[in-house]
Design a protein around this ligand. Structure first.
Ligand SMILES: [Zn+2]
Length: 251
């Protein structure tokens, strides 16, 4: 693999916190020697993954936190193979709950500065928790795959990475340089499985930051996932691709 491809992969795994062993040592040595490209890659990937954790900012904090707790409880039911991960998620959840309590008290007491500071802390705690939850779902999969997508057709400058968990049957796509779309259009992600495209969800491009999107679940019965592709489709998506393909890979 060329430098860019090799380290784009390592940077994504490092940002997910699942880089270990020789790969981790190699990547840390490489970063320590100084490589602006890889530093940028890692920063962008971390930023994109953080964005994935910040959902529905309009909802009140109590509902947000309740959702997190419910999701954590669901995770709890699943088999967690790494007790350290589990302990960390639980302590993150406890930290978020503490911040939420302090925030409620600050709001009741009308302490505006304290409230703003706590709101920021809560957001950070929620982001950390969401990232942790994301890691747990993907981390548990020894067969996790990382694929690079290249821009084609009308968008040769687009780039993408897909992290695919065969166990979760879901993928996360991180894309940069995707063009803005007309308001009646959205990007649609496709699993190419058993030689056929399977719709994986629609998403909006994010301006000035990497676009990050977690796919829908690959239906059971679909074949092995060979590739991923992104097309431009009517808003809401279509069951089979009709628009121009802008990202595809791996080559
Ligand atoms: Zn590098």
């Amino acid at each position: 693999l060329a430098h860019a491809e090799r380290y784009a992969e390592l940077a994504a795994l490092a940002a997910l916190g699942i880089l270990d062993g020789d790969d981790r040592q190699e990547f840390e040595r490489h970063i320590a020697r100084g490589c602006p490209d890889c530093e940028k890659e890692q920063r962008e990937t971390e930023m994109a993954l953080s964005l994935l954790g910040r959902t529905a900012p309009e909802r009140p904090p109590s509902a947000l936190l309740r959702n997190r707790i419910l999701r954590e409880a669901q995770n709890e039911k699943q088999r967690w193979s790494r007790s350290a991960t589990r302990t960390r998620a639980v302590s993150l959840l406890a930290a978020a709950a503490c911040v939420l309590l302090a925030l409620s008290l600050a709001i009741i007491a009308g302490q505006r500065r304290q409230r703003d500071k706590l709101a920021l802390e809560l957001e950070q705690a929620q982001t950390a928790l969401a990232r942790q939850e994301l890691r747990v779902r993907f981390l548990d999969d020894p067969d996790i795959q990382m694929m690079l997508l290249s821009g084609i057709g009308p968008q040769p400058g687009a780039r993408g990475k897909v992290i695919y968990s065969p166990r979760a049957r879901r993928a996360i796509i991180l894309a940069t340089n995707l063009a803005p779309l007309a308001s009646d259009r959205q990007y649609e992600l496709w699993f190419i499985a058993g030689g056929k495209p399977v719709a994986a969800g629609v998403f909006e491009p994010r301006a000035g930051a990497p676009t990050v999107f977690e796919s829908e679940m690959l239906p059971s019965g679909a074949g092995l996932v060979e590739k991923f592709a992104v097309t431009v489709e009517p808003r809401g998506g279509v069951p089979q691709p009709t628009g121009p393909m802008v990202l595809v890979g791996p080559a």
